[in-house]
Design a protein around this ligand. Sequence first.
Ligand code: ZN
Length: 504
Amino acid sequence: MHTVASRTRAWEPEGQRAPSCSTPPPAAPPRLARRRLAATLALALVSAGAGCSREGDGHPPPARTPEPTARQEPVAAGSQAAAGKEGDAAPAAEGAAAAGKEGDTAGAPAAQRPKMNVLVISIDSLRADMPWNGYERDIAPTLTAFEKKAVSYTRHYAISSYTSMSVGGFLAGRYPSAVDRSGYFFGNYPDSVVMFPELLQKAGVRTMSAHAHFYFDQKAGFRQGFDVYEIVPGLSADNTTDRNVTSPGHLELAIKMLSDKANTSGTFFAYFHFLDPHDVYMTHEGIEPFGKRARDKYDGEVKFTDMHVGKLLDFVAKQPWGKDTAIIVTADHGEAFGEHKMYRHGFEVWDVLTHVPLMIHAPGGITPRRINVPRSSIDLAPTILELTGAPPEPSFPGTSLVPELYGASAEPRDVIVDLPRTSDNDRRRALISGQHKLIAYGDDDAFELFDVVADPGETKDLKREQAAVFEAMKAIYRERSAAIKDVCPKNTAKLKGKKKNKPC
Ligand SMILES: [Zn+2]
């Protein structure tokens, strides 16, 4: 068995750990009622000047390409005044325009929609800056075409910033800080954790999954709830990097599982996590080289993976159950190429590490459109439960995206990114609310504030310049963060950054 230290080398990103956050955090503001918080924030945002509307989340980041007129555009103006009417949630900026174009099932109550299969295609380390968002290289023709017929989220966040915390949170339907776990960088989740595929099984949904890294095998705890679970064969378990080329084997496994009538004769959930864009970035025969820099090679990995995803989607389209299958494409985290002096992923919660694609195509007349309000993968478990016809799980903090897939308004919501303290990283947490993002360091010892719409690179900390916004964001953060019922991991002795007077 590998030691923790050597195991963490395998996926441990390098680069500078924390930005300068030496300023002691100001005293916590008094706890305010939700409504008052909203009013405070609205006032602060107004005073912060132009471009600081609470509905900034209705504006796509400036680097993105203009959207085709057929796709829904958010209502950008005129909604700020109503911001106080529903807590801190700004009024709906999405959905209304598109709803009218929808087919018969648009906005229909859940009971009227047929239950369907769900296929999740997750791509490790897939950043948000992809061709459909204006990235100049044609590195993902399959996904770019898929995005056009999907509901696509332009401000979607992973639950955390590296695999074990993000995938653990996804499968548990909860923030990783609230889930029993080992405390190691390569997190292990015990059988006591209820994973949402277990709920699917109880509802009679067949569940299957394939993975392409040794971490996903026994110890992670991710097999829970899967009827069929396989690892791409022949992987080398190198502790220092991942040189396996796995998309071909992964595709083969996926097609094998989906060709088995025992898996597809009834409603099913299939989860495939393609890994090739994960470092080290390899070159592939048949994929033109983009250059020698890390990003160049990464782009080749994305194109290679996209080609295999294309083959999987082609296969699905030809199956008798293909038309009854919802397809969700997303990523467990992003990837850094020198931003914030970071490379690869993990350790921090910058947007390059946590802002990822999410696009969903589903049968029954969804409205392809872009939704520009912030969302999180915490919403995926409730969404998949609803799509497959399984009962909702009231303890899950996420919100099903199903109504908005079928044309309902996409209401603004706050997003939390949660990186628990582990053997290799101190605690980080972020609140994304409207256009702003507040990053909390350690045990909320220090904060930074960014306008991620105006400044998607998070280059300018606004906490002094926009002090009122900063105070309001901290108040919302404290409320949202307190709603996460933190549990200490099993192993607390070596948690990085743990204070002596804290249990974990
Ligand atoms: Zn990952």
